[in-house]
Design a protein around this ligand. Structure first.
Ligand code: UDX
Length: 435
């Protein structure tokens, strides 16, 4: 099928390449010329495992191309909207500017029988609003909402082999379901569950899934606070409650909490939308979820001061990790980068490193100091703080690493190191929610 993908950021670039991989003829549209150029040369504009290969093979096959011209969507029947919905400046709600602009730019190129498929994460009510707009300006064109659940670091896998497909369609719109089934035929043939529902439910599936995941993480981080006050061990607690299949062990890793381009802004926008709808109380708990999450960052700063004898000022601190999670170069709302900045603001001499995110971090925070490796960052440090659990850091040898630093002191902000091994190697080992 010939399809267009409007917006080639994280979601769109992966979606376009994945759709070409499924055999479709795909044109990706983005306003950013340099991004389009890079994608057309067969390279991903950000770090994501397997994406380079997928883009390169799509371009080589002739089934994938990128453009800045909306006119190039001509001939496509199905148009995916994959632009970003960031947090609006000075507010918790979602900034819908890019969604609205992409629809406006797309409308003149739509033909009767086309289907516009929203994938962006949007406030509930958006699909109905856009459907009314499209029905008026491009009669005969329909809208569907098909949220995306991809995780960074697993984006290619999550797009080609998703847990589930959700179609939000207007009542009685059988053709939308037929078209989407055709696009996802091979995914459906693999037995992937498919839920066909109304617009509002489809929109809510996405935000409620993210709200649930954020709540799960903040729940265990609240338990970490309790554990810190009582001498309990939050990791053992998570293991024990996680054995209950109703609870499950995943997303119960206590540490510096969630960041990234989705969970933080999505829980804020969801709560803001509930307030607009006059039902703010229903999601008031999400404010607490957000607060618990942010408190963990402050806790690391406090712990650092404690380890360093009362103040971090003038102390040399190595920060391992800048990305919001491993296998990503994404620093949006990254707890690691936030903590590095907080320490620097308190006049610590912070040297940060990350296997992939240094470039992004340097561009946004040129005043921080960066090192190319964990060893370089830790040279002469009085404290090491691990904030993103990259495999390289999880596998550090505490004995060899101990010979580089000035003082063997480490804060494991992700509870991902073997405390016994580190202590045996002479380290003062501190973590979050564990004695
Ligand atoms: C998330 C959702 O998982 C995905 O379904 C949605 O489409 C987009 O948002 P992503 O932002 O890529 O995906 O990251 P995710 O793997 O969910 O992790 C989010 C944050 O939570 C990271 O900062 C991670 O370090 C943190 N986290 C995760 C924890 O602190 N503890 C955990 O147990 C799990």
């Amino acid at each position: 099928m010939k399809i267009s993908v409007i917006g080639c950021g994280y979601l769109g670039a992966v979606h376009a390449a994945a759709m070409a991989e499924l055999g479709h003829d795909v044109v990706g549209v983005d306003v950013d010329e340099s991004k389009v150029e890079m994608l057309n040369s067969g390279r991903a504009p950000f770090f994501e495992p397997d994406l380079n290969d997928l883009v390169a093979s799509g371009i080589a096959s002739g089934r994938l191309r990128f453009t800045t011209e909306m006119a190039d969507v001509e001939g496509a029947r199905l148009h995916f909207i994959t632009v970003g919905t960031p947090q609006r400046e000075g507010s918790d709600s979602a900034d819908m500017r890019f969604v609205d602009a992409s629809i406006e730019a797309l409308v003149p190129w739509l033909h009767p029988g086309d289907l516009v498929v929203g994938k962006s994460t949007v406030p509930v009510g958006t699909a109905a609003r856009l459907a009314a707009l499209v029905a008026k300006s491009a009669p005969g064109t329909n809208v569907a909402w098909n949220p995306e659940f991809l995780r960074e670091g697993f984006a290619v896998k999550d797009t080609l082999a998703p847990d589930r497909l959700v179609y939000g369609i207007a009542s009685g719109d059988e053709t939308a379901t037929t078209l989407l089934d055709e696009v996802y035929a091979s995914i459906l043939a693999a037995g992937t569950p498919r839920i066909v529902t109304d617009f509002a439910t489809a929109e809510l599936v996405k935000v409620s899934a993210n709200a649930f995941l954020a709540t799960k993480i903040s729940f265990i981080n609240a338990m970490a606070e309790i554990a810190e006050a009582t001498g309990a061990d939050v990791t053992q607690l998570a293991d024990a409650i996680g054995h209950d299949v109703r609870i499950g062990r995943r997303f119960l890793n206590a540490g510096v909490g969630f960041g990234g381009g989705c969970l933080p802004k999505d829980i804020r926008a969801f709560r803001a939308r509930a307030e607009e709808l006059g039902i703010g109380e229903s999601l008031a708990f999400l404010r607490e979820v957000d607060s618990i999450n942010l408190r963990r960052r402050e806790r690391v700063v406090e712990l650092a001061a404690q380890v360093l004898g009362g103040s971090v000022a003038g102390k040399r601190i190595a920060v391992l990790g800048l990305a919001f999670k491993p296998d990503s170069d994404d620093i949006r709302d990254s707890p690691a980068l936030d903590i590095a900045n907080r320490l620097a603001a308190l006049h610590a001499v912070v040297v940060s490193t990350d296997p992939e995110a240094i470039e992004n971090a340097t561009r946004n925070y040129p005043d921080l100091s960066y090192a190319r490796s964990a060893e370089e960052a830790a040279k002469g440090s009085e404290l090491v703080i691990l904030l993103t659990e990259w495999k390289d850091y999880r596998e550090l040898d505490p004995v060899a690493f101990g010979s580089i630093v000035a003082d063997r002191a480490i804060i494991d902000g992700r509870n991902c190191l073997d405390s016994v091994r580190w202590r045996e190697a002479g380290w003062e080992y501190r973590s979050l929610g564990r004695p």
